[in-house]
Ligand binder design. Structure first.
Ligand SMILES: C[S@@+](CC[C@H](N)C(=O)[O-])C[C@H]1O[C@@H](n2cnc3c(N)ncnc32)[C@H](O)[C@@H]1O
Length: 394
């Protein structure tokens, strides 16, 4: 099954579920939420059914998949769950893309994917930008300045705001936007990021910041920090559950490789229960934050390595560590990383996947030497077709 086919299958199954009144007035047209008009329990059941069909069609039962025990864990709250929202500023509108229409932005007066205060802070920056006469960015003609207002939000509702802009003579206005942002409830810092390319990305190189440079993210007993560009797990309500399941799957081992380690969210969680964590991450800023987190909290058994996973694996001897956790981006591990894992052959692989299609491709390769011991879905992205899966192989 291809990604598009899987998305369509999820959509068809969700649409066949029980209807409900969406909480958001924009839900029927906004691309941010596709399924708010379907009861949440039905959304979770539909994702379970879609995954079950995917895994069965892929023949995963040959490596130990058991449809009778497979479940998808619901988000404790399907609203206000996100740690990041990227609102587009273009052609006098501030909001998200219309469903199925890349170039049309729905003007949002509210958004239920983040807490009201987080939306209000981002919106206040947009309102002030208009008062200052700051031109927004035209995504067709590529003229203008303000491209995105990004809000990063911590589990305890502190906020980091960023504007992503093209180049322009607006340093004073940016300063004024920073003042506005920092006056909003919960905002600890404001970043000005430059994206001077034609590529429509809500990331950019840091130009200047006001207030705190990073946002404190407390996850369970762990204290982490993220910058405006750094990856962080998406769902504040379900993250503890996912981390607990990863911890249980890893167990009290001598060492664990945390591959695609990011800022150390999983590695720091595992550090108290294992002898050593080796966290491997290719983005320098994230790897540096993982190292800072361990130093700041007196964690002496986490080593943060700034390297591409494949090149790191090529330096490792067979049985280098008894357990590896892999949490790759949507493209998955791919054949080369899988081949290296098969060569090193840790006793257990704990795979956190944000893309079931690439997970299945990787599991078919890893199935040459591994059996599936556990498979659970996590609905980290309510109201969207996305779903996370945790797979444990031995
Ligand atoms: C899905 S995120 C997981 C991050 C982390 N495990 C967490 O829980 O926050 C994937 C991470 O892999 C990193 N990454 C992507 N490709 C990589 C590669 N080839 N080698 C190392 N890290 C990579 C990304 O920068 C990102 O931080």
């Amino acid at each position: 099954m291809r990604s598009k086919e899987f998305r369509n299958l999820v959509a068809d199954l969700v649409r066949a579920g029980e209807a409900c009144e969406p909480r958001c007035p924009h839900a029927r047209e906004c691309g941010g939420c596709a399924y708010q008009d379907r009861a949440y329990a039905g959304q979770v059941a539909a994702k379970r059914e879609a995954l079950e069909r995917l895994f069965t069609a892929a023949g995963l039962s040959e490596i130990g998949y058991d449809a009778t025990t497979f479940a998808v864990v619901a988000s404790p709250d399907p609203y206000t769950y996100r740690t990041r929202m990227d609102y587009v500023a273009t052609k006098g509108r501030f909001g998200l893309r219309a469903r199925g229409k890349f170039n049309y932005i729905i003007e949002l007066s509210t958004c239920h994917l983040i807490p009201p205060a987080a939306f209000a802070a981002a919106h206040a920056v947009w309102v002030r930008a208009n008062e200052l006469g700051l031109p927004d960015y035209n995504i067709r003609s590529h003229e203008g300045f303000l491209r995105y207002v990004v809000v990063r939000r911590s589990p305890d509702d502190q906020l980091l705001i960023a504007i992503v802009t093209a180049e322009g003579p607006y340093a004073e206005a940016a300063e004024e936007l920073a003042r506005t942002a920092l006056a909003q409830a919960g905002v600890v810092g404001f970043h000005w990021l430059l994206n001077n390319t034609r590529t429509d990305l809500s990331f950019g190189s840091p130009l200047q910041h006001w207030g705190a440079a990073t946002l404190p993210m407390r996850v369970g007993a762990t204290h982490l920090m993220i910058g405006p560009n750094t990856f962080f797990q998406n769902n504040v309500h379900l993250l503890d559950h996912l981390l607990a399941a990863v911890g249980e799957a890893v167990g009290p081992v001598a060492s664990v490789a945390d591959l695609y380690g990011g800022v150390g969210t999983i590695g720091m969680h595992l550090a108290p229960q294992v002898g050593q964590v080796i966290s491997v991450e290719e983005v320098a800023e994230s790897a540096a934050l993982a190292a800072q987190h361990s130093v700041a909290q007196g964690v002496t058994n986490l080593q943060a390595i700034n390297q591409d996973v494949l090149s790191y694996l090529r330096t490792q001897a067979p049985a280098a560590w008894p357990v590896a956790v892999v949490d790759p981006p949507r493209i998955g591990l791919g054949p080369e990383v899988c081949a290296e894992l098969l060569r090193i052959a840790p006793q257990r692989l704990v795979y956190v996947s944000c893309n079931p299609i690439t997970l299945v491709e990787d599991l078919r390769i890893l199935g040459a030497h591994y059996r599936l011991r556990h498979l659970t879905g996590y609905d980290m992205f309510p109201h969207t077709p996305h779903v996370e899966v945790l797979a444990v192989l031995e």
